[in-house]
Design a protein around this ligand. Structure first.
Ligand code: DON
Length: 601
């Protein structure tokens, strides 16, 4: 019986002698902790203190008022956050903790990210203030074929970018973790991957969020034998309280810990990836994996209302849209993101920034996409002058940029700052919920469907209703454009690290959070992360708003300015942020309340 789903009560609980808390008890604690350890709250500190005391690692948690330099971690899952704190306690820095958190998320949030996917790691090293973004984005295989994605009439075959081997990009996360560990960490991969290996081998209890995602993806999870062997049992996807064990993933993580890059991109694991992708219609070869490279990219920097914003460069289109929107908003004094006058201006800035996305693609192509031109002050000044304070500009009235003619859902973000001030903002993805739904043979690796982030034809939108240009066409070795936008905000009060999942809406989420954070003299992460969200992306020409949090007057004020408002049936996002104050070095973490249960993604 290789089915790792075993009902909670049918197996005795076993753990090391020094750990008297059962996973079940820890789950109850997690609900209190709302996925993060907010070190500014005495109640939560107390719970955290008791909890880590029981695990023998209590000293790691600085006590409020006593310790001035502190660390903070916010991730989408308490077990991943716990893994990160454990590594800090063992002497690791923020980069080591990031390896532990990312690998643990791959185990406990398999619908969001994982070794079969990729991500961006925005880093700041305190010692020399070195800043870089490690680009561990998935890459198109050398033999990618246009015919796989277009039918005889040149229409998109959408299934081909979302399911089966043709949907899968060469994964980058494993190489990203190796690079992060070797170039920035203090501990070995064997040490930093240990918590994830244990979680995969011993299992974890399925929570409501997992159960919801699995329920939504049922068809996906039972279709492929290797996927069903892990994620399907007793005629269903899962339910809260089941224990999910992933022993094969534990072995894969061990190979990575012991052999580094080669443990994943050559040999047994590489062969399993190739076999699975090619048996399902893809065209991978060994060299696609052997030649995978993590690329160190220079982050984008923008000054906005006295703060220094550091964000993701290409192949994230998100950082560029964020930078453009902030430039466009710089002349205005905004009363936070909720105020309706500000909201109109923010929507108009987003509309314009998303229009320009059609110019963007992998930065390593020739000629490279015109990033500098899009961020040029004179260009943005002209674009800003087209914003009317009185009225929405219909998207079709904005001059279309030339698009070159010749030529349900998931992801996760975490933020870490350590006591020395090293920072990590990481957003990782396998694209849709449970990615392509393919598990690579006996490796436990769930494969992404990131090929859907490419643009097949300028007239076809992708899964996030994003259109693009041929700079983002699926060509050999290219990385698809992304909206993932890990970001740092430095101002006179301290540093904020933030990011979120949510496809194209990531950009508006991060923009609203920055504006809200900067608009209020008091730092209040909970207010920022839980504020109601709205979004515009040029096309479709609608302002999407969350179902709660907007008064009839607010909506009427925007409608009076000719905005077409569509109220979404669900909230969105699962933002994770940490803040460290300059004044006394104290750090705090805050997770999005939507991530607990309500959030769709
Ligand atoms: O890279 C991107 O933009 C997408 N693959 C991200 C997908 C995502 O955020 C899904 N969200 N929940």
């Amino acid at each position: 019986m290789n089915n790792p789903f075993i009902k909670q009560l049918s197996i005795p609980y076993q753990r090391g002698a020094h750990a008297p808390f059962s996973l079940e008890a820890k789950m109850a604690l997690k609900v209190c902790l709302k996925h993060s350890f907010d070190q500014s709250s005495p109640i939560i500190i107390f719970i955290v203190f008791c909890f880590f005391s029981c695990l023998g690692i209590a000293n790691e948690q600085p006590q409020p008022g006593k310790t001035k330099t502190q660390a903070a971690i916010a991730s989408a899952h308490p077990l991943a956050t716990e893994a990160g704190y454990r590594i800090l306690k063992e002497g690791g820095n923020a980069f080591d903790a990031a390896v532990a958190v990312a690998a643990s998320l791959a185990v406990v949030e398999p619908y969001s990210s994982g070794l079969g996917g990729g991500g961006f790691f925005l880093l700041h090293r305190a010692r020399d203030r070195h800043e870089v973004m490690l680009d561990a984005r998935e890459t198109a295989p050398h033999n990618i074929k246009e015919d796989d994605y277009l039918d005889e009439l040149g229409r998109a075959r959408l299934g081909a970018t979302r399911e089966g081997g043709t949907a899968v990009g060469i994964p980058g996360l494993a190489a990203g973790l190796v690079e992060l560990s070797q170039k920035f960490g203090r501990l070995s991969l064997k040490e930093t991957l240990r918590p994830a290996i244990k979680l995969a081998r011993e299992g974890f209890l399925v929570d409501n969020r997992y159960a919801k995602m699995a329920q939504f993806s049922q068809a996906h999870l039972k279709k492929n034998t290797h996927t069903a062997a892990i994620f399907w049992a007793e005629g269903q996807a899962s339910k809260p309280g089941w224990r999910l064990k992933q022993p094969q993933l534990a072995l894969t993580l061990e190979r990575l810990a012991n052999q580094g890059f080669n443990g994943f991109y050559t040999g047994f694991v590489a062969q399993a990836l190739i076999n699975t992708v090619n048996q399902n219609g893809g065209h991978w070869q060994a060299s696609d994996l052997e030649n995978y490279k993590v690329i160190a990219r220079i982050p984008l920097h923008i000054q906005f209302h006295g703060a220094r914003i550091t964000t993701a460069p290409l192949p994230s289109a998100g950082g560029i849209a964020l930078s453009q929107a902030l430039h466009l908003l710089e002349p205005f004094s905004l009363k936070g993101a909720k105020d309706e006058i500000s909201a109109h201006l923010i929507i108009e800035a987003l509309r314009r920034a998303f229009r320009d996305r059609s110019q963007l693609g992998d930065p390593d192509q020739q000629p490279p996409p015109p990033v500098q031109a899009l961020l040029e002050t004179s260009y943005l000044k002209g674009l800003g002058e087209s914003i009317s304070a009185e009225k929405a500009t219909p998207s079709h009235e904005l001059a279309a940029l030339p698009v070159s003619k010749n030529d349900a859902y998931n992801t996760t973000h975490f933020s870490i700052i350590d006591s020395a001030g090293n920072r990590v903002g990481a957003t990782m993805s396998i694209n849709f919920t449970f990615g392509s739904g393919l598990v690579a043979q006996d490796t436990g690796i769930l494969l992404n469907n990131e090929i859907d982030d490419f643009t097949l034809r300028p007239e076809f939108a992708n899964g996030y209703q994003l259109k693009g240009g041929l700079a983002n066409a699926p060509l050999p070795g290219r990385r698809p454009l992304s909206s993932m936008t890990p970001t740092f905000v430095d101002d006179s009060r301290g540093v904020l690290i933030l990011g979120a999942p949510g496809g194209s809406r990531i950009v508006s989420m991060v923009l609203l959070a920055i504006i809200e954070h900067l608009a209020h003299p008091e730092v209040n992460l909970l207010n920022v992360v839980s504020m109601p969200r709205y979004h515009h992306q040029f096309s479709p020409d609608k302002v999407e708003v969350e179902p709660t949090g907007f008064s009839p007057e607010w909506l009427a004020a925007l409608r009076a300015k000719a905005h077409d408002i569509k109220t979404n049936s669900r909230q969105w996002g699962n933002m994770q942020m940490v803040f460290k104050a300059h004044s006394d070095g104290t750090a705090q973490a805050q997770s999005d309340p939507r991530g607990q249960d309500m959030g769709w993604y």
